[in-house]
Design a protein around this ligand. Structure first.
Ligand SMILES: C[S@@+](CC[C@H](N)C(=O)[O-])C[C@H]1O[C@@H](n2cnc3c(N)ncnc32)[C@H](O)[C@@H]1O
Length: 336
C-alpha cells in the first residue's frame, strides 16, 4: 500500500507558481528609468518600490496609526464578505497586486464558509510575496489550490489561467489609484477583459477627504513611509548600479486638490548629479527638484462610476465603512 501523503506534501501538490519576470523585470525598470529620469519633470512608476524590503516596509505602513486605508478596507470586508460570497458564488479568487494577502483571508473565509472556494490566484511583481503566500494559504486552507503568477498586471494578465467557474478578480489596497486617469481606464479595460459573464471585479478605492488626514497617511510620524519612498533609490542602486545617496532626498507627500490625488516625491536636498551606470546615464538634480514616485488618486462615487463605465463595467454594489473613508466596489461586465 502507498504511504499516505504528509500534510507538507499535500500542500506542495496544491501549489503551482509561474514566473513571467525572468530578465524582463530588469528591462522594464531600465526602460522606466531611462524614460522617467530624462523627462523635464522626473517620475518613476510606483511598482519599483516593491523589492523584498519595500514589500516589508509597505506591510509596516499598513499597521501605522495614520494609515487608515488598510483598516477601513478590512472593516468593509469583515462586514460584507458573506454578502459578496453569496452574490458572486465564486469558486476562485484572482488577486492583482496580492502582496501578503492579509485582508484576502477575510474573503477566502467567506467563500470557504459558502462552500464554493476551490482556487486562489495571486498575481504580484514581488516573487517572495507570491511564493510565501502560496505556502501559507495552502496550509491555512486545506484543499485550496493556489496558482501563483509572478508578473506585472500591466503586461501579464494574459498569463492568468482560464476560469474554472465564477470568479472574483480582487484589486485591493487602492492600487488602481496609482494610475493617472488615462492609464487607469486602460488598466481597468484590460482587467475587464479577464471577466466572463459570471465573474466580478472587487476593487478597493480610497475616498476624497480632509487633506490633513490624507497627507498624514502618507507622511507618518515614525518615518516608515519616508523609508519606503527612499527605498526605490536603493532598488536603482542595486539593480542598475546607480549611485544615489537616498539621504540626499527629502520625502514629500502633498495632496493635489485639482487632481484630487496624493503625490509622493523625493526632493533633492542639494544640486548634484548621479550616475546610473548600467544605462550610462548621468541624472542631474537641481536643489529642491522633485522626483515623483507615486500618485494615489482619491475617488468619489461619481469618479469611480465613470471610470468603470469607460472600461465597459457596471457597478453592482458600492460598499463603504461607517466613516466613509474607503470604498469597495463590486462590478461586472456591462451586458451587450
Ligand atoms: C499598495 S500594495 C497593496 C497590497 C495588498 N493588495 C493590500 O491591499 O494590502 C501594492 C501591491 O501591488 C504589487 N504591485 C504593484 N504594481 C504591480 C504591477 N504592475 N504588477 C503586479 N503587482 C504590482 C506590489 O508588489 C504590492 O504587493
Amino acid at each position: 500500500m502507498e504511504p499516505s501523503s504528509t500534510p507538507q506534501q499535500l500542500a506542495e501538490e496544491s501549489i503551482r507558481i509561474d514566473s513571467h519576470l525572468d530578465g524582463t523585470g530588469e528591462r522594464s525598470l531600465a526602460d522606466d528609468v531611462l524614460d522617467g529620469l530624462t523627462r523635464p519633470f522626473k517620475e518613476l512608476p510606483p511598482k519599483h518600490f516593491y523589492d523584498a524590503r519595500g514589500a516589508d516596509l509597505f506591510d509596516q505602513i499598513c499597521d501605522l496609526p495614520e494609515y487608515y486605508p488598510t483598516r477601513a478596507e478590512r472593516a468593509i470586508l469583515v462586514q460584507r464578505a458573506e454578502e459578496i460570497a453569496a452574490l458572486t458564488g465564486a469558486v476562485e479568487l484572482v488577486e492583482l497586486g496580492s502582496g501578503t494577502a492579509a485582508k484576502t483571508r477575510v474573503l477566502l473565509d467567506a467563500l470557504q464558509a459558502a462552500g464554493t472556494l476551490e482556487r486562489y490566484i495571486p498575481v504580484d511583481v514581488t516573487e517572495s510575496m507570491v511564493r510565501d503566500c502560496a505556502e501559507t494559504l495552502t496550509s491555512e486552507y486545506p484543499g485550496l489550490r493556489v496558482h501563483g503568477v509572478i508578473g506585472d498586471f500591466e503586461r501579464h494578465l494574459d498569463h492568468i489561467p482560464p476560469a474554472a467557474g465564477p470568479r472574483i478578480v480582487a484589486f485591493l489596497g487602492g492600487t488602481i489609484g496609482n494610475f493617472p486617469p488615462g492609464s487607469r481606464r486602460r488598466v481597468l479595460r484590460q482587467i475587464a477583459g479577464l471577466l466572463g459573464p459570471s465573474d466580478h471585479l472587487l476593487m478597493g478605492t480610497d475616498l476624497v477627504k480632509d487633506p490633513r488626514v490624507l497627507e498624514a497617511a502618507y507622511d507618518d510620524a515614525q518615518g516608515v513611509t519616508a523609508a519606503f519612498n527612499r527605498n526605490v533609490l536603493h532598488v536603482l542602486n542595486r539593480e542598475l548600479q546607480a549611485d544615489f545617496d537616498p539621504e540626499d532626498f527629502d520625502h514629500v507627500a502633498l495632496f493635489d486638490p485639482h487632481n484630487e490625488w496624493i503625490e509622493m516625491r523625493l526632493r533633492a536636498r542639494r544640486e548634484h548629479t548621479t550616475l546610473v551606470r548600467d544605462l550610462d546615464l548621468p541624472v542631474h538634480f537641481d536643489a529642491g527638484e522633485g522626483l515623483r514616485t507615486e500618485i494615489s488618486a482619491k475617488f468619489t462615487p461619481e469618479r469611480l462610476q465613470s471610470d468603470l463605465s469607460a472600461a465597459g463595467l457596471e457597478l453592482v454594489r458600492w460598499l463603504t465603512d461607517p466613516d466613509e473613508l474607503f470604498a469597495l466596489s463590486l462590478s461586472r461586465v456591462q451586458p451587450q
